[in-house]
Unconditional design. Structure first.
Length: 304
């Protein structure tokens, strides 16, 4: 066992180091979510604030709490989307090895084929956690400066949800990117996912504004539940303070900004979203296991 763990750990470390050596790739993986945050803080924040204020109507409200609510809503979308976009970018290690023929060299080494794939997967998880962890830290610092409505439990919940989201994103990107053979195709797929995933998850627009058919499609995307859980974590404290004296407004804001989600006619909250998200991770893990076993059977040499 020890003899297998050492080369496995070396493969994981190798992939992580290769990604870090591509400084441009690391920089842009980190820059993309920070640019979205900057655009929001500079230009789009007032739009979301006015939308939330209109949902409250003539009710009196705490402007600082309302701003913290909409800030938390946008931060939730950025962090949840970053897990997926960074994970797809991190697949460049596996695609690069395949394109240069390095993966074929690794496969003829004593390391077993499934261990190689698992090493790429673990490496992807670590890269995603590292990059998104920095984004999460920047967001928490911003919240601390502009208006702190989080509890210690909220912070730990955000970290735990980030870990779950990174795991889910690594599984999804591995399944999609495994058949890809060239860097050009990988870049195209990553670009498409980066452009579409925020809307497919309802991260940048409340799911409540989508047509009914689109809402059902959104419900089939695992990241939708990750984004919903993040919204409850980052915006829940501010919402509680905001609606302390006007409890009737709380449900209006929860529905308008999708803190509660309409799951095929059933209204669900943060706990149910987290449970569904965990279940999707289990389903994707099962699919990955089936794919690995099928690939192992296909490459197993026939006895003569």
């Amino acid at each position: 066992m020890k003899g297998m763990l050492r080369p496995f750990a070396c493969l994981v470390r190798r992939g992580f180091v290769i990604f870090l050596r591509d400084r441009a790739g690391v920089f842009f993986s980190l820059l993309a979510p920070l640019i979205i945050l900057m655009l929001y803080f500079l230009f789009l924040g007032d739009v979301q604030f006015d939308s939330a204020a209109s949902a409250l109507g003539d009710l009196r409200y705490d402007e600082k709490a309302l701003k913290a609510f909409v800030d938390g809503w946008m931060i939730s979308g950025v962090v949840s989307v970053s897990c997926i976009t960074v994970s797809f970018s991190a697949q460049s290690v596996m695609i690069g090895d395949r394109e240069r023929g390095t993966r074929a060299d690794i496969l003829v080494s004593p390391v077993q084929r499934p261990a190689t794939g698992i090493a790429y997967f673990i490496c992807n998880c670590l890269i995603t956690l590292a990059i998104v962890g920095i984004v999460l830290a920047v967001c928490i610092v911003y919240i601390a400066i502009t208006g702190w409505y989080l509890s210690a439990g909220d912070v730990f919940a955000a970290i735990g949800m980030t870990a779950m989201s990174a795991l889910s994103a690594a599984m999804l990107s591995t399944l999609i990117c495994t058949p890809i053979r060239t860097g050009n195709v990988h870049s195209a797929v990553t670009g498409i996912m980066s452009a579409a995933i925020g809307f497919l998850m309802g991260a940048y627009m409340p799911v409540s504004v989508f047509p009914t058919a689109v809402r059902y499609i959104v419900m089939l995307v695992p990241g939708t539940y990750s984004a919903g859980a993040f919204r409850n974590i980052f915006s829940g404290g501010a919402l509680e303070v905001l609606c302390k004296d006007v409890p009737a407004a709380e449900q209006a804001l929860r529905d308008a900004f999708t803190l509660d989600m309409d799951f095929f006619g059933i209204k669900i909250g943060c706990g149910a979203m987290t449970g569904i998200f965990a279940a999707t991770i289990g389903i994707v893990a099962l699919i990955m296991l089936i794919v690995v076993l099928a690939g192992r059977a296909r490459h197993k040499p026939e006895r003569t």
